[in-house]
Design a protein around this ligand. Structure first.
Ligand SMILES: [Fe+2]
Length: 250
């Protein structure tokens, strides 16, 4: 009996926002979706959760995924054609999640970037250490008209005992995007606690799925049907504080 009720609440679970700013849904360009069929399945899962606009932010990283605006646009065109053929009620946008490394520096200096609408750009720190000069880089990006979003700040362990760095970056107009899966506990206790601390400190601007596969979709769907998620939304008034939809003028 219990399972029947649990499943029903999950079926009804919807997100309070409609724009996903972080996903690995483009086929065959990183370790997210591997083909168009998988991408369509992931998009159907997004629709099921109430998402109508998806930023396709595939990895751009040195050595592993040296994507370019051309490789990403090519994958996007293939997926967009399939979305139209299937008549899916969802809009997708080609963009990237740029790891701040030597490949990023090269692409950035060459002006070879694929930002989201409104020149918003999703950046991922190194997981090993903070880049020297990151503050200057974020400042310079904004001078050039880009609007940086830091992907999953709760996952960079070197900030855990240097929380003042979060405040410094955020007060320099860098938007913070937390992963729903971090709140769910998928990335461990420290990432969840840090995500909660960031929300509590009003340092969380956006939420993202960071969806790489259907297992992520399933876990997100299950979590947004949970009491924990509902309590969190209510306690911190997340529907009014999270700017996913307000950041874009669709
Ligand atoms: Fe990601």
């Amino acid at each position: 009996m219990f399972n029947i009720f649990k499943k029903k609440s999950q079926v009804d679970a919807k997100l309070f926002y409609h724009t996903d700013v972080h996903s690995h849904i483009l086929p065959g360009v990183d370790h997210g979706s591997q083909d168009v069929m998988e991408s369509l399945e992931m998009l159907r899962a997004q629709i099921d959760m109430g998402i109508t606009h998806v930023m396709c932010t595939s990895h751009v990283t040195a050595e592993t995924f040296e994507n370019t605006p051309e490789t990403l646009t090519e994958a996007y065109n293939v997926l967009q054609k399939a979305v139209e053929e299937e008549g899916l009620p969802i809009k997708i946008y080609p963009s990237a999640e740029y790891r701040i490394d030597e490949y990023w520096t090269k692409e950035y200096e060459a002006g070879h970037l694929l930002p989201m609408p409104g020149k918003r750009i999703l950046l991922e720190n190194s997981f090993a250490q903070e880049l020297i000069g990151i503050d200057n880089m974020m400042f310079e990006l904004q001078i050039k008209g880009y609007r940086p979003i830091l992907a999953h700040p709760e996952r960079y362990r070197y900030y855990y005992d240097r929380k003042e760095r979060y405040k410094a970056l955020h007060s320099a107009s860098v938007k913070f995007q937390i992963n729903i899966l971090s709140l769910e506990g998928y990335f461990g206790r420290s990432a969840r606690e840090t995500a909660l601390w960031l929300i509590d400190q009003n340092l969380c601007d956006m939420l993202g799925s960071d969806m790489h596969n259907m297992e992520h979709a399933r876990l997100i769907k299950e979590y947004i049907g949970s009491k924990d998620w509902k309590k969190l939304c209510q306690k911190y008034d997340l529907p009014n504080r999270i700017v996913n939809d307000r950041e874009f003028d669709f």
